[in-house]
Design a protein around this ligand. Structure first.
Ligand SMILES: [Zn+2]
Ligand SMILES: [Zn+2]
Length: 336
């Protein structure tokens, strides 16, 4: 069994839970931690069951709640190295970071993590009380653990908070992957693939467990051959259908933003998605989920009609059902 639960999709926040029977991962954390937890509750997803967070790219609508959620759940975050660097740079006051500074930063992070671990171990030895950090939305909540230093390791207790509090990019653990190189988390096999988008090293993902494949590809300026190939043979395909070309052209965005959206590293239009669905798509998915719909330059019915026309008579009760992901509420979990 595999399950996909889209918690949110659009330029104000993206997040999707992918689960097998045993393993649960979150793709992107683009809403506040509080809102992500609220939506998981609505959709029947247990946050405590999450094993990891995967990040497609460092744009705000994909990482807004990332650090707070990862700290609260104490789970690792998977990035490509350039995406992690770009995210750290974004949250660090200086605008550029030399490679030397980056290495320095990584060494500091490692140290903070080691002392956090030492602290946690010391704390576990002290008492088995419920941890206050797991209840609050405060990014520093975890750091409030050592309020009763004795009989814990007093040195670790005193040195950790300042070091970590000063660092908004502190994560419980960071793991790197590379586009094109498979890896697995629990019993889910993951294939990240490069997408054309104006971020440091943006990726889509294919998830596979128990013979079921689920692919996610949003935030891409066009459908290059590697993406077409990566998403082939999917059972569930979450694909961007960002804007209607005419609505974008006549819409409220400034000219420069329109150019960006339309560019080869922007977003897929309804017609680009329809073109892919009619010409290149293999027709084998049970569900096609249209996502990252623009609230200013699209309406769900236009996206749906374009996709339905492209799918044509391949749409049946068992195959090629079209669903629309929304910004404001989670989508009913898709189970296969
Ligand atoms: Zn986005
Ligand atoms: Zn983006």
């Amino acid at each position: 069994m595999m399950r996909m639960t889209v918690l949110a999709s659009g330029s104000k926040g993206n997040s999707t839970v992918i689960s097998s029977g045993k393993t649960h991962v979150l793709v992107d954390a683009g809403l506040s931690c509080r809102e992500l937890l609220r939506r998981m509750a609505i959709a029947g997803e247990d946050p405590a069951a999450l094993d990891a967070i995967l990040v497609t790219h460092e744009h705000q609508d994909h990482v807004a709640g990332l650090a707070v959620l990862a700290r609260k759940l104490r789970i690792p975050v998977f990035f490509t190295e350039p995406t992690h660097r770009a995210w750290v740079r974004m949250l660090t006051p200086r605008t550029t970071m030399s490679y030397a500074k980056w290495l320095d930063h990584m060494a500091q992070e490692k140290e903070s993590r080691a002392s956090a671990f030492a602290l946690e171990t010391a704390n576990q030895l002290c008492a088995t009380r419920e941890e206050p950090g797991l209840r609050s939305d405060d990014p520093n909540a975890v750091l409030e653990l050592p309020v009763e230093p004795e009989p814990c390791d007093a040195e670790a207790v005193e040195t950790l908070p300042a070091a970590v509090k000063a660092d908004p990019t502190f994560l419980p653990a960071v793991e790197y992957f590379r586009a094109g190189t498979n890896f697995s988390i629990g019993d889910i096999d993951i294939t990240p693939f490069t997408i054309p988008h104006d971020a440091a090293d943006p990726c889509g993902f294919v998830f596979e467990a128990e013979g079921i494949r689920m692919a996610l590809a949003t935030d891409l300026g066009y459908m290059p051959p590697n993406v077409k190939q990566a998403v082939a043979c999917s059972d569930v395909l979450l694909l961007e259908s960002n804007h209607d070309l005419e609505m974008l052209r006549d819409g409220p965005y400034p000219w420069s933003v329109k150019q960006r959206v339309l560019s080869r590293v922007g977003h897929l239009s309804n017609s680009a998605t329809a073109e892919f669905l009619s010409r290149d798509y293999d027709g084998g998915a049970a569900y096609i989920v249209l996502g990252h719909l623009s609230e200013s330059n699209n309406v769900p019915e236009l996206a749906r009609i374009a996709a339905e026309e492209a799918i044509g008579d391949r749409m049946t009760l068992l195959g090629n059902k079209i669903l629309l992901a929304t910004q404001s509420a989670p989508l009913e979990p898709i189970c296969l």
